[in-house]
Design a protein around this ligand. Structure first.
Ligand code: DC
Length: 223
């Protein structure tokens, strides 16, 4: 039997990636955190494509696309993002990247560059992909689509804990403001905005644990 293609979209810090990772393991399918790809491009731009005012020069970024090789490598059962053979899994979580990623992610050139990469991975089926436009644009024909949401208080708490866990210094108010601002830019952008696909199942996990959210999702898949 062909393994399913599962789309998990939703607001920032609703646990999409960590939940998807566990579901992938349980179902024996591949997990792809597409937010990490947008963060990877942003990190590259911040390192290599700044103009004299230290703003990101988009034209320079686009002409550098042939030099950007993103790859997920399996390291001790964890998928780790490499950019040109450098492990960038911690670099992409910094505040600097979080503050610029929505600006980079709303550019058509960037989205086109990453679309093919994402679609190629699911050619053989058996993938759970989390992001913002997976059910609407990347896999409109996914076998299962879920859209996760949670209160801003709960999401702030989760992102803050995640940053502390990675050893990245954080201020709760800044984390909160960044989440609100990113969700606003991601929802309002013209191309592939963050929105629930009409046929996606909505899950508000404000008062659900990670385990309960996973059980809820699996109850639809294993039905
Ligand atoms: O999931 P995340 O918070 O790591 O994602 C970082 C940013 O990348 C997010 O603010 C919007 C963008 N993104 C996107 O536009 N489309 C996706 N499929 C995934 C992420």
């Amino acid at each position: 039997m062909k393994k399913p293609v599962i789309a998990i979209d939703g607001f920032s810090s609703t646990g999409k990636s960590s939940i998807s990772k566990i579901i992938a393991h349980k179902l024996g399918i591949v997990h792809l955190d597409t937010g990490a790809l947008y963060r990877g491009i942003t990190w590259f731009a911040l390192q290599n494509c700044k103009d004299e005012n230290l703003d990101i020069d988009l034209q320079k970024l686009y002409s550098s696309f042939p030099l950007i090789h993103l790859e997920f490598k399996n390291v001790n059962e964890e998928l780790v993002l490499y950019l040109n053979d450098k492990d960038i899994s911690v670099d992409i979580r910094t505040n600097e990247v979080s503050n610029s990623v929505s600006f980079i992610a709303k550019q058509k050139e960037v989205r086109d560059f990453l679309l093919q990469f994402q679609q190629n991975i699911a050619e053989k089926g058996g993938v759970i992909m989390d992001g913002r436009d997976i059910g609407t644009v990347v896999f409109p024909n996914a076998d299962f689509k879920f859209f996760l949401t949670a209160s801003i208080e709960e999401r702030t708490k989760r992102r803050y804990q995640e940053l502390l866990g990675l050893g990245i210094e954080a201020d709760v108010n800044q984390v909160r403001e960044n989440l609100i601002e990113r969700d606003r830019i991601d929802s309002e952008r013209k191309i592939a905005p963050l929105k629930q696909a009409e046929d996606a199942i909505l899950i508000d996990n404000s008062s659900l644990s990670k385990k309960e959210t996973i059980e809820r999702i699996l109850s639809y898949i294993n039905n």
